[in-house]
Design a protein around this ligand. Sequence first.
Ligand SMILES: Cc1cc2nc3c(=O)[nH]c(=O)nc-3n(C[C@H](O)[C@H](O)[C@H](O)COP(=O)(O)OP(=O)(O)OC[C@H]3O[C@@H](n4cnc5c(N)ncnc54)[C@H](O)[C@@H]3O)c2cc1C
Length: 466
Amino acid sequence: MRNQNILISGAGVAGPALAYWLARYGFRPTVVERAPALRPGGQAVDFRGAPQLDVLDRMGMLPTVRAAATGMGDIVIVNAAGRRLSSLPAEVFGGEVEILRGDLSRILYEASLPGTEYIFGDSITTLTETGDGVHVTFERSPTRTFDLVVGADGVRSKVRELAFPPVEPVHLGLYGAIFTVPDELGTGSQGRMYSVPGRCATIQGTRASLDFASPPLDYDHRDPAAQRALISRAFDGLGWRVPELLAAMDEAVDFYFAPACQLVLDRYAAGRVVLVGDAGYAPGPGGMGTGLGVIGAYVLAGELTSARGDHRAAFSAYETLMRPYIATCQSQAKGADKYLVPQKRSQIWTRNQMMRLLPYMPGKNMIKRMTERAASAITLKNYNDSSNLHITTPAAAHRGVPAAAHVSAHTDVHTRARTDVHARANADRRLTSTPHADSATATATANASASASATATPPRVALSGH
Ligand SMILES: Cc1cc2nc3c(=O)[nH]c(=O)nc-3n(C[C@H](O)[C@H](O)[C@H](O)COP(=O)(O)OP(=O)(O)OC[C@H]3O[C@@H](n4cnc5c(N)ncnc54)[C@H](O)[C@@H]3O)c2cc1C
């Protein structure tokens, strides 16, 4: 097998998922993450449609993800006095499995530990491609050479910045912050949402989000204090529990601020460098960025093993398989701002009325079916898993990983041994159960979802990017 030594930038969702598959196929992945430890934040993200669930199943982690599911119910839309106006029914908008993004990232990270080297608190600074590898310099670690480099470092990908022509994310009309709130502000399993024109405050369990409509803003994406100030200004003077939320935001250690944006690139690979997840194709709110990241990781690793490490063949097949699926998912995200942060009182009223009537409308299942159809618009291949059926190596190295992560690394060797049994069982059986769309269906789905997205976009989704 060629090109076994692979550097992945970013330990969010797509990065650890890719590391898992690469290690399982016998590659040697190293993941570098800029944050000093796994980033815990984020609202609930969900998986829907057979392929997304199938990938989790093939990883042997569907039961773990289900066990960590949020179990969140409807989100009740309230007025300033907290009185119920309407609700977003979970049965219509929820995915098949909903999990906090931070929990998912941890599960994927732990599953990827055997066979993966993690470096926390560091970032790539330069990439220099040579005939047979990529020289990489880091902010802290010594220079190293890798066979291939993958950017899984989110919307503001450093890898993309270094190896691809500049591309501006398409702004989708809103910004938002997500953070944990104290228990006394929490809502239990039923969320609460308060809207005024152009702004929306949501509490789901002990996670809150504050979203506001805005044209693109000039701010320092590395300065949380400046981002908190933007949110405070946007929500200044609002009623309901907004003052308490703003106070909680100032204290939150997992504060996360992001624009809603979409990335559309001409290509996902440049020489020995390739992008996966938000770094290459962020879809924006409601575009299933998490499912896309996990599927992208599965396809990229699978194509690399199929091509015996030939990156040109693998990257080309990866792009061919993923591009129509990405387009379908991205079409789902268009119009999310109209639901999350309607700009007029009349639009808020119309949205609330529609949501109030939705459970009684014959079309309610159609909305769910449409998003599931979009999520299912890819046919997963069964990649040859025989190269690595005997992975038992514990994590190679964990430089910079905090003590708690070391503990979980060691514990996880046993967990992994168990999941490998499951994974092998999966690999052995014929995995053809997915009711896949063929490419014609995928196109049709894309078209249908584009026109339906205005009604199908779940307003409960939080932001994508960073
Ligand atoms: C803290 C956080 C909270 C989020 N919350 C939500 C949410 O509530 N709802 C939602 O739909 N989506 C959320 N997202 C985005 C969501 O995770 C992604 O859309 C999706 O899961 C695809 O994941 P990804 O791995 O491609 O990107 P991400 O999950 O964004 O992960 C990218 C990772 O790369 C790291 N990184 C960035 N720059 C560098 C660098 N220079 N070097 C090394 N590492 C780098 C980041 O720290 C991050 O860990 C959140 C992302 C983050 C980082």
